[in-house]
Design a protein around this ligand. Structure first.
Ligand SMILES: NC(=O)c1ccc[n+]([C@@H]2O[C@H](COP(=O)([O-])OP(=O)(O)OC[C@H]3O[C@@H](n4cnc5c(N)ncnc54)[C@H](OP(=O)(O)O)[C@@H]3O)[C@@H](O)[C@H]2O)c1
Length: 181
């Protein structure tokens, strides 16, 4: 997911730094970026937040994770979401839920089979949300304002559903969601 996002965002003309499990590199990249993507497994979010430290204060933190347990079931959903829980411990950063309903393979173009995909973007902060909506459009998506961060409860379920379709029902990754509007 990180590599796919990096390719697409660089093609849109931005400078991107991608780092792996090196805590010093995570901290440095988090301080450097305006938009910080957390393209890690749901279970690694606490580690990454700790590694990023206070450098993420004031940054836009884009949560692309699908909140899954190690055996690929939804970890939470009806009364909260991974994104809302992340916001509570985000050290002054503003969380935006986006990109979790798009397979990495389709990230670079925002299309499947010539058809534009919807990019659902949820956040409680209008300015942060506008930045991610704008980036989504530049990548080629139909960027859709999905409302407050609470909408992540639906988006994380939708991401889980896509995994079921793609892998469980063997439709593959050449699929995606489009909102007709
Ligand atoms: N793949 C998709 O199509 C897709 C679509 C929508 C959403 N997502 C979400 O995107 C996230 C990433 O998925 P993925 O498919 O890219 O998974 P992945 O291929 O397993 O990549 C996860 C990356 O996170 C790194 N990582 C793990 N723990 C870390 C830590 N503590 N600190 C820093 N980096 C750490 C891993 O590093 P190492 O390689 O060193 O372990 C790896 O580079 C997941 O939450 C997933 O639900 C994925």
């Amino acid at each position: 997911m990180g590599s796919a996002l990096k390719r697409g965002i660089e093609r849109a003309g931005y400078e991107v730094r991608a780092v792996g499990k090196n805590p010093a590199a995570v901290r440095e990249a988090a301080q450097w970026g305006d938009l910080v993507f957390l393209a890690v497994p749901f279970g690694a979010l606490d580690d990454v937040l700790r590694e990023a430290g206070d450098g993420i204060k004031g940054k836009v933190l884009i949560d692309v994770t699908n909140a899954l347990t190690p055996d690929y079931q939804l970890a939470l959903g009806f009364t909260t979401s991974g994104a809302e829980e992340l916001q509570k411990k985000a050290r002054g950063a503003t969380v935006v839920k986006a990109f979790n309903t798009v397979f990495a393979q389709n990230m670079g173009t925002g299309e499947v089979k010539g058809q534009k995909l919807s990019l659902f973007v949820a956040s409680d902060d209008r300015g942060a949300k506008e930045k991610v909506l704008g980036l989504g459009r530049e990548l080629g998506f139909d960027a859709v304002d999905a409302g407050p961060l609470q909408s992540a409860r639906s988006l994380e379920s939708l991401g889980f559903f896509q995994i079921q379709l793609g892998y469980g029902l063997k439709m593959g990754t050449d699929i995606g969601f489009t909102l007709v509007h």
